[in-house]
Design a protein around this ligand. Structure first.
Ligand code: DAH
Length: 340
């Protein structure tokens, strides 16, 4: 009997209890009415009288041992059950996941794309890291043009041929090189210039380029397209005015102003009391540029334009400081999504 008790003691010690069921099995096996311990007590009457004291003691120790193990595991398992059910309390209000808002520049870019896609313009994109050909040479920039200067352009150290594009006009070149006319496309993207950051200028900003190449495209087509865009973007009452200008890649070239929609043309501090706000550059694609890109300039003509998304966004939302667009303060960014 003594030996049996020792063996059961070892068994109790080694018994693995991890779950509620295992705990219950342990109880049934050792401590239930018909369990091992009760069985041994039943057999106690057969123990010889001189051994009774010693065996009785051992038998009691065995029972206490089993009971203690049961109690310890019972409380640990119950604790772990309550703590895991606490994390699953389905009556608790959920974490509040706030929705983000679209960036004002994205809202305006999407609006520009939408306006031009309604009159058949596709969207094309090009790389932000460009070579001299696509950013300058193919666009008729003379060798000594100041835009090639380190002052304005971020060149990479190892090669004067590679730079961050200074405008999205580089995408025009890529499109014309790879597509046969008719071409009607706009190219939104990020551009880079080596400029000091201020409320009115940034070294990174966004442009949308437009390009239309076909037979018999005229300056009147350009003007009408830009008038349509301006009315869609800023409202039916908006007027445009084209001022002669110069760009190496267009001839003739112009800059376009829209009537200031803040003062309605009467004059305010946003339009510097002129009643007009400059929005974009444009012109008829220079025949040299068409030829550089493999398009016959005797058969085809076209117009191009380029606008700054920040400038248009500022005009649309009357934000004064350009730097706000890059700080990503959610209190600023939240204000725009509902506006459209
Ligand atoms: N690339 C010019 C700039 O960054 C904008 C521009 C002017 C684009 C005239 C054009 C254009 O396509 O025809 O200032």
């Amino acid at each position: 009997m003594q030996e049996k008790i020792n063996q059961i003691l070892k068994e109790i010690e080694a018994y693995k209890i991890e779950t509620q069921e295992e705990l219950e099995q342990f109880r049934i096996k050792f401590l239930a009415k018909k369990g091992i311990v009760a069985d041994l007590f039943d057999n106690f009457k057969n123990v010889a009288a001189e051994q009774r004291k010693e065996i009785g003691q051992k038998l009691n120790d065995l029972k206490i041992n089993a009971q203690e193990k049961l109690n310890i595991y019972k409380s640990t398992i119950e604790n772990s059950v309550t703590s895991s059910s606490e994390t699953l309390d389905l009556s608790l209000p959920s974490d509040f996941n706030e929705l983000g808002a679209r960036h004002p520049l994205s809202i305006v870019r999407n609006e520009i794309i939408s306006i031009f896609s309604r009159i058949g313009f596709t969207v094309s994109e090009g790389p932000e890291i460009e070579n001299d050909w696509h950013n300058f040479s193919a666009l008729n920039f003379p060798e000594e043009h100041p835009a090639r200067d380190m002052q304005d352009t971020f060149f990479i150290e190892k090669s004067p041929d590679v730079a961050l594009r200074t405008h999205t006009s580089s995408v025009q070149v890529r499109v014309m090189e790879s597509t046969k006319p008719p071409i009607r496309t706009i190219s939104p993207g990020r551009v880079f210039r080596n400029e000091a950051i201020s409320a009115r200028a940034h070294c990174i900003f966004h442009q949308v380029e437009g390009l239309y190449i076909d037979k018999n495209v005229s300056f009147a087509d350009l003007k009408q397209t830009l008038l349509y865009f301006s009315k869609e973007m800023f409202g039916e009452k908006t007027q445009i005015r084209l001022r002669p200008s110069y760009f190496p890649f267009t001839e003739p070239s112009a800059e376009m102003d829209i009537s200031c929609d803040i003062c309605g043309g009467a004059g305010c501090n946003i339009c510097k009391y002129s009643g007009w706000v400059e929005i974009l550059g444009c012109g008829m694609v220079d025949p040299n540029v068409l030829e550089n890109c493999g398009i016959d300039s005797k058969t085809y003509t076209g117009f191009a334009f380029g606008m700054g998304i920040e400038r248009i966004t500022q005009q649309k939302y009357k934000t004064k400081d350009l730097r706000m667009y890059f700080e990503n303060d959610v209190r600023f960014l939240r204000q725009f999504e509902q506006a459209l």
